[in-house]
Structure formats: C-alpha cells, structure tokens
Design a protein around this ligand. Sequence first.
Ligand code: PEP
Ligand code: MG
Length: 909
Amino acid sequence: METIQDVKTRVYKFGNKTADGNSKMKNLLGGKGANLAEMGLIGIPVPPGFTITTEVCTEYNKFGQDAVVEMITKEVEDAIENIESIMGSKFGDKENPLLVSVRSGARVSMPGMMDTVLNLGLNDEVVVGLAEKSGNERFAWDSYRRFIQMYGDVVLGMKPESKEDIDPFEEIMEALKHKRQIELDTQFTIQDLKDLCYDFKDAVKKRTGHDFPTNPWDQLWGAVIAVFNSWNSGRAIYYRNMNGYPSEWGTAVNVQAMVYGNMGDNSGTGVCFTRDAGTGENLFNGEYLINAQGEDVVAGTRTPQQITKIGSLRWAELAKVDEAERAALYPSLEELMPEIYKELNDYQQKLENHYKDMQDMEFTMQDGKLWILQTRNGKRTGAAMVKIAIDKLKEGSITEKEALLRIEPNKLDELLHPIFDPKALSTANVIAQGLPASPGAATGQIVFFADEASKFKASILVRIETSPEDLEGMNIAKGILTARGGMTSHAAVVARGMGKCCVSGAGALKINYKNRTLTVDGHEYHEGDWISLNGSTGNIIEGKVATIEPELSGEFAEIMELSDKYATMAVRTNADSPKDAKIARSFGAQGIGLTRTEHMFFEVDRIKAMREMILSDTVKGRKQALDQLLPMQRDDFEGIFEAMAGLPVTVRLLDPPLHEFVPHALAQQKELAEEMHISLEAVKSKIVELEEFNPMLGHRGCRLGITYPEITEMQARAIIEAALNLKARGIEAKPEIMVPLIGTIAEFESQEGIIRATAQKVFEERNDTIEFLVGTMIEIPRAALTANLIAEKADFFSFGTNDLTQMAFGYSRDDAGKFLPIYIEKGILKVDPFEVLDQEGVGQLVQMGTEKGRSVKPNLKVGICGEHGGEPNSVEFCFNTGLNYVSCSPYRVPIARIASAQAAIKKQG
Ligand code: PEP
Ligand code: MG
C-alpha cells in the first residue's frame, strides 16, 4: 500500500523579496505560485504568502483530508508566522488581525475554473478589531460581508437552488435594497452591512444545518480543502478534458496576506494586459475599479474604468459616452492617479521583458500603495497569439524558433473560420453595441442558459453575466453575449482563451431569464431567434449575416512562411474535389495525400450509374455502367490534378462496402427498378444480398477490386487519361495510385497488375506516357507486420490510421461512439484514439511498418492520411518516426505545417 512520504517540502514561502520557489517550478507550485515567487525575487511588490504544492492535492486525493492536514499543519503554521512577522499583524488576533486570501493555482492557468476566498480570518470579534485598526468601520463590515458570501459559496456550497434563481446571498442583498429603496451596494449603511452579515450567517445555518465557522484556523483548512476539491469539480474536469490536461496534475493552494482595494477612494483594484489579448496590438490595457475588491472587476457587476487614457477614449467612443462625462465619471487610472499609473506601467514593462511574453496581471491599490497580486502569460485569441509571436520576434526579444514554439497549432483553427462578408455587414441591422471582448464572427439562435447551448445547431449564449459554471455551454455556443462586464470580465477572458466570439457589457440589453426574453429598445427577442455578433466591433446584429472564407495573410502568412524554414516533413491534404484542393493549396499544402474516390460516386448524377453497376449480375452489365462513370471520374481527376499542378496527388481506389451505395428508401428502389428494367423484387433481393454483418471488416477496400477487377480498370484508366489530358495542355500531373486495405502482398500484386496493364494500354492508345506510382495504404495490422514483403512491390506506403486504430484496438469505427465517451469519463482511455494517435500501441505498428518497409527500400516514401495527420501531437510522432509527409483536411493544413516545424525544432533542441 502507498503511504505518504515524509521528507519533502510541501509548503513554499514568498515575500519581502525572498522566495523558496521560482518561476521554473510551475509543476510543483502551479503557475500562480511559481510566478508569485519569481515576482518576489525580481523586486515586484507582492503581498507575502505561501504555496501548498500540487503534490499535496494529489496526496489529498489519495489519502484523504485528515492525513494531509496532519502532514502539513506544522509547515502551514510556520508559513503563517512568516507572513505575520512581515506584515506585523497576527492571524485571528482581535486587535491587530492578519487576513489572508486563499486561491487555487494549477500548473497552467484555468481562468475562473477554481475558487477563491478573500478576507479569510474574520469573525464577529475580529471584524471589530479590523474596524478599529483601519479606522474604517464601513470597510471592515463590507469585507466581512464579502467573506461570508465567498466562503459560503465556495466552501459551504451556498449556490442558487435552480438555474432561474439568483445567488442566495444576492437575494438577501436585493431584498434589503428593495426595503431601503436603494440601488447600489455602495449605498448600504454600516448598519445595513452588519445586518447582511447576520442574515447571511442565518441563511448558512438554515441551508447547511451548521453555524458559520468562527475559528480562523477552521476557516483556513476549510478553504484549503475546498480548493483541492475544486480540482475535481465538474467545470474543472470539463476544462481539463477540453484542453487535454491530465487529472494527476492537481492544483496548488496559494495563501497570501490580504491587501485591500476597498479601503476607500484612495484604494482600488484592477486587471491589466501588457498587450491586447484580442488583437495582439502592442498596447498596455486593462480595467480598474476604485474602492473595490478583485472579484468586482472580473464578475462584471460594476462597469469598470480603463487604465490608460487611450483605452478610456476608445471605450467612451464605443459606449457612446461624451468626453465631458467620460472625464468626470470614468477617468482612466492614468488621469486619476498618475503616480500609481506610472509605477504600474513600469512593472508591466518589467514583467513582460522578464517573461518575454504578454502578461495578464492583477493589482490592488491599498491606500495609495500598489501591490501586484498575480502575473501570468495572458490567454489570447489565435490572432493575438500569432501577432504577438511575430512582434516579439521583430522586437528582437525572442528567436525564430521561440516564435514558432509560441504557436499553439490548434489555436490557428480560429483563423481558418469564415468571417463576416463586409458587403453583408454594410447593410446589417445593428440593434445594439457592446464591448469587442473576443473577436470573431458568430451567427446563431438565442439561448439564455448555458446548459441549453446544444438546443440548436448554432446557438448564441445570451447572459446578464457569465460564471465558471457556464463554461461547457460557452464552449458549445457559437458566440457569447453579456449585458454586463468589461473587457476583463469572466466571459471576456474565457472567450478569448477559447477563441470564441464574445461581445460583453452591452448595457442596452434587458434580459429576463424567467420569460426567456431579450429586449433592446422596446423590441423583444426570444429564445430561438437568430442574431449575429461581431466580436471585433462589438456590434449585435439582428438575424443572420453572410460569411466569406478567411485568407492566409499578414502575420499569419509570416509565421507560416517561417515554419517552412524549419519544417522538413511535408504536409499534404486529403481532398476529393478541385475546390478543396485549391483551398488546401492556398493554405500551403504540398500535394494531396488522399483522394477518396468514392465521394465522387455519391453525387446525384453519378449515384444512379453506380447503383446500376452494383446491381448488375454480369461483367458486361457492370462494364456498361462503369463506361458511364469513366468520363465523370476522368473530369474529376483532371480538376484535382490541375488544382495541384506540379505536386503529387495520391488517388485511392474505391474503398467502402458496396451496400453504402444502394438505395434504402422504397421510392428510390422503385425508381431504380424502372430505370434498369428489372423488378422491384430483384432490386430488393440484391440489397439483401449485399447486406453485411460487419461492413467495416467486410466486402470493402481492395476486396472490391479483386472481386470486380473492372472497377479498378475503370479507375486506373480515368486517372491515367486525366493525367495525359493535362500533359497535352502543358500541365504537369503527378498521380500516385493507392490500393486500399491490403493485408497480404498477393492482394497488392493483383491490383498493381491491373493498374499497370491498364496504364500500358492507355499509353499505347494515346501514344504518350506519364510517370506514375503505385503504392498502398497500410491500415490492416497484418500489412504493417509484413511491410518488408509489401515494400518489395509498392512504390509508397500511406498509413491509414483510422482503420489501423480500429483494427489494433478492435473498436468498430461505426460503433465506438457508444462506449468511448464512457471510457474517457472513467479514465480507461485518456483521449479518443481516433482523434489522437495511440503512440504506445498503434504507433508501434506505424514504426514497425516504416522500418520494415525501408529495410528493403531505404528511400521508400511513407506518409499518413488518417485523421491523425492534422493533430499536432500525432504530427510530432510522425516526424520522429521519419515519415515523409502527413496529410490532413484542408483547414488543418496550417496547423500541421506549424506542428511539423515545431517537431523539427524540438528535435534539434
Ligand atoms: C484510414 O483508414 O485511415 C483512411 C484514411 O481511410 P478511410 O478513413 O477512408 O477508411
Ligand atoms: Mg481506411
């Protein structure tokens, strides 16, 4: 049995320009803890505190609360003492109390995922001491009120009972506001705040059956354990799964001396970014609130002010606030507190230079003194990610390799989505304007609740404000619209991290959750109504807006060009039409790695000829039908070869089971019977005859070409004739003909024979030739095991990792959807092996196939064309295995190009 180890350090202290840890210790201290330590070391003023390591979280999950508390009590007591001596106050003391914050901090930042408790250490007696010490009774009771509220929510589970209900504490506050006929929190009297504290505690007792804890140490342990528990909350698990972070990482806990932004008009709190997280523009920006605590800025319940004057002017323009009003009511920090602004500006530059990346910082001003509470590499959109990497490169602060490694390949996906057509935008009906919180174009149907985001195929989540509970719905929705909140609200930060279009703080919206309505200017919109959001301008538009394809230009084009300098493994595309081939080429595809010819047979004008071919019982009948298909196939190939002129094009022979082509609806069966002059019964019986128990392992792949050689003959002819036609027009075609689903060399030989003989015939007929290759897919484990025999004959290999995964795991591709989600939920599999290549198992077959193939043909061309060819981790594996190329869908080509370059850079070291 495993037992707790006794020797290691579990609590790391920081403060007063010293620290036990540093920024390299993210895995152990979490991102926040490591950065707090580092900031302390480089002279940034951080409130003193300590970090309980992520390992303790893992130990907690294994051994439970009692064992872990016992294990770290001594270290935590020492660390609290250290804070006490730096701050000159005492935890739990009635006269000179030290209060602390307790926050989570995983190794990567998970914004809004984990819980925070502020002002911990207060009780009915300490609050009196705090009032005396600060000389500010209002501040003391406001802090206590906030503490009970946060602790109640995070540690004691005081949540709304149903989704239409508001927070139980907010409900009490609303009732008091109503009674007192006031609107704002700031209008509460000191007596009101005292009443709220007592009412809050009563509510806790009523709901939980227990008194609110009064002993500060009990409060501290409760909060620490709640942070550990939040690692396994539904939303944290969802976020981890969404980003592929393993559950073993755990979260650290950061306990820090409180500093106060709510101590009056010389205090405040804010969030800032060293560059624009939406566009990447090199402009310091952020928001703050005077006389407030951190949660007020992020929660979006008050409209925050801008930090810089330029930001404030831009905001006023969008919010339609005139200059006199802006300067009087919403001045920037730069104007209001120039000294503090200057200091903050110095720190933001220092931190960005130190970390060489855009920083997202939190700060608090307590009675005119500035404290930095947190810094981290800021979440950003795909566009900002690319621009910042290129700008930092041009500024000379990072190298080309570093710039490339800064790109998260999957985030490029955002830049490859359609954007609003400027023509359509010029005539769009803009119904309101909010803040451009996260760029992008989104059109969808209104939903008001995050858990209903999947109600429509495309939905826009419309909320007064969002909270971490909404994460899953935010991810599903096409766009997010909130009535409250600034550019640093929860909705904005999370949306930018996801690259999801978001418009926030649209104050003109009146949202009624109970009636499920959105009212703007007297016009009412309902659930299911279509709206569009322009995340780059903040415009909210009625109805749908047309979109156009994005382009690879500007910094995006620059980073892609740079990737070519380092990538050695090529990227091809899977494309079945000239249109797809053109798109892929515009994204930099270096050829086609897979053309699935069956897709061409499904089109309306061809399916009939295809069905006739399948249903005829004689070779003659089949040949007649194939003769009709030949010119169509030839035209298709000509189009594709032309789009890829000069580049290799792998064309795969027919692969899917024939029964996929037969009509299943009675009307279509009748139509077919008439056209073929046969009885309906004959059609039906043929369909029954073609039915298979297990089509994925049935009559498909090269088995079709072996049983019906005339199909292979027709396809080979169409390919060769198309290439010759192009040659006659001066266009170079480079066909690579690929045989699917072979398990034995004899299967390959049979097909290769037909292909080469057909090509020879066409050359003689045309009195001309072209060069072409004949190779095979390796997608049956037996083919990988006998790859040395196959390579004797095949010109190239392409790993079909979709089928290879299916057959290595024994999971039917058609049925895996029924159990894979449960496997992932239960941790039996970490990821879906059809999405991310299983390097441990299936990967061995790829390595073996490549090695065995090259053992007889050292220069054998080897690629991959399963879905994994566009998945960054799998691309890296392919590079390390020595593949010549990966092939993926057109829209993933840029992602694979960056992944290929990164793999090469990582290997060089
Ligand atoms: C494969 O099996 O990986 C493959 C590319 O072929 P298909 O998906 O068409 O079976
Ligand atoms: Mg396959």
